[in-house]
Design a protein around this ligand. Structure first.
Ligand SMILES: [Zn+2]
Length: 489
């Protein structure tokens, strides 16, 4: 029993000594008794608030972009940096983690591979606790710093010394990004010589059906290297001859998209609504009758989505879908993400629904709601994400959307953009003449010899999802459900 404890503390000490040696200066401050006395109340508040968030184990899961499982982390309360500015009291804590890990830019990672000098492979993730002085509001999140190679060298390998959440080096170059208390990526920024140059979006959106895979002039896709190291101590019973074994690997290759910032980037943790937020606890009852587990829209966003859903429920098919899905499938979280490159998106891996900003909610929601419904009807659509079947999933949504518009005498759809444009709209017009319109009609009716799967092939040529093959054995389960069971047509 005792040996086990020693083992555990050695392991923790070792992880600390390589992962956090750069924070030595701040650690030393704690030796100063008056500093500790002054800081103690805020540290205690941070501990209390953190524990209230994780009543069970007190362990967070820091996730890579792709949400492929997390690394267990928790704050080390004894390693605090306590400070403030005119608006906030702040306490930042080093993290203990089950494994050592570092993000590095590709340039730094290359330099590390050549030199084996760990100082090139360095990032720092802190737990940040803020108290807004005016309101007493408490805000918690994780902040990660990934310095550029040039900044690492220009600071003589002390790239974190002048960096905290509220006070940042005017010369900082590198990345700063934020994870929420669920360990999920929220937002981030790229700095060059202290100026924000890019907004950074994580790969969570990359995995979305509606993320267009082409690159614009202002956005580029990159990798950060996520280097993980696990070490174990060994020794005899008396503690002699101890040593350690480490294994390391590149567990993830996190992908992110950085877009040139339009000058509005504020460099802060922005959870929900696009302004400095508090992790989404401020929304007003916005889980929309159980459609979402959680919602981080601000009150304006909640109202817009609420109004949109009420409007949709006036339509028989939407009403059927809302009623059917209720209690069966939910969005995990509804949120805004100003950094994303499309207006809205649904990530079937995480169940997260995104809007670029509030004003996109009314137009972007129906498409993503269809995807949520598909996710349930197909018993998971992530298996088709960015692979065979991707065009099937997108085309089915388009057909349903267009049929519903045509049935309402609104002959507008997103342009088909293929040589079969007019054949497709004539096919739709003939379909809506059938009463009732059945699933079988949709699958078998032809206009000029063209039917559902012909239009699917044509759609694929003109749509971003066309980078992926059609699954000719995958039948449209959403259409089948709606036109067999809703009684609406
Ligand atoms: Zn879509």
């Amino acid at each position: 029993m005792k040996k086990k404890t020693i083992f555990a503390s050695l392991l923790a000490a070792f992880l600390l000594c390589f992962a956090y040696s750069c924070m030595q200066e701040q650690v030393d401050e704690l030796d100063n008794e008056s500093f500790y006395e002054r800081s103690k109340p805020l540290i205690m508040d941070a501990m209390r608030k953190y524990d209230s968030y994780f009543p069970e184990e007190g362990i967070m899961e820091l996730r890579s972009w792709k949400d492929a499982g997390g690394i267990a982390v928790k704050p080390l309360w004894q390693y605090a940096n306590v400070y403030g500015d005119k608006d906030y009291h702040a306490a930042e804590f080093l993290l203990d983690s089950e494994k050592g890990f570092d993000y590095a830019t590709p340039e730094s990672a290359d330099k590390f591979k050549k030199t084996r000098d760990r100082r090139y492979r360095t990032s720092q993730t802190n737990f940040v606790y803020l108290v807004e002085k005016k309101t007493g509001r408490e805000i918690m999140f994780l902040m990660t710093l990934v310095p550029d190679l040039s900044y690492i060298e220009s600071t003589k390998f002390k790239p974190f010394d002048k960096m905290s959440y509220l006070k940042r080096d005017k010369k900082y170059s590198g990345y700063i990004f934020f994870h929420n208390m669920e360990g999920r990526y929220v937002n981030g920024w790229r700095y060059s010589s202290g100026e924000i140059t890019h907004t950074v979006t994580a790969n969570e959106e990359e995995a979305d059906f509606d993320i267009v895979s082409t690159r614009s002039l202002v956005c580029t896709t990159h990798y950060l290297v996520w280097y993980v190291e696990e070490c174990k101590f060994w020794g005899n019973a008396s503690g002699e001859n101890w040593g350690w074994d480490c294994t390391s690997w590149y567990e993830y290759q996190p992908l992110y998209t950085s877009c040139i910032d339009d000058g509005t980037g504020d460099g802060n943790y922005n959870s929900g609504g696009g302004s400095s937020g508090d992790g989404g606890s401020g929304n007003s009852g916005g889980t929309f009758n159980g459609l979402a587990l959680n919602c981080s829209l601000n009150s304006e966003g909640v109202q817009l989505l609420y109004d949109k859903i009420e409007e949709m429920k006036q339509e028989c098919i939407y009403n059927y879908m809302f009623n059917t899905i209720s209690g069966n499938k939910q969005f995990t979280i509804i949120t805004t993400n100003p950094g994303m490159s499309t207006y809205g998106g649904y990530n079937p891996n995480t169940g997260v629904l995104f809007f670029q900003n509030n004003s996109e909610i009314p137009s972007a929601f129906p498409e993503e709601f269809f995807h949520l419904y598909q996710d349930w009807r197909y018993e998971g659509i992530s298996q088709y994400l960015n692979t065979t079947g991707h065009p099937n999933i997108e085309f089915e949504v388009k057909v349903l959307h267009d049929l519903m518009n045509y049935m309402n005498c609104s002959f507008w759809g997103a342009p088909f953009g293929s040589p079969l444009e007019s054949e497709y709209s004539n096919w739709l017009l003939q379909l809506i003449d059938k009463t009732p319109l059945t699933y079988n009609d949709i699958m078998t009716h032809k206009y000029n010899g063209y039917g559902y799967f012909d239009f699917l092939w044509s759609f694929r040529q003109s749509h971003p999802s066309g980078n992926y093959p059609i699954n000719s054995g995958l039948f449209p389960a959403l259409l089948q459900d709606v036109f067999s069971n809703s009684g609406c047509s």
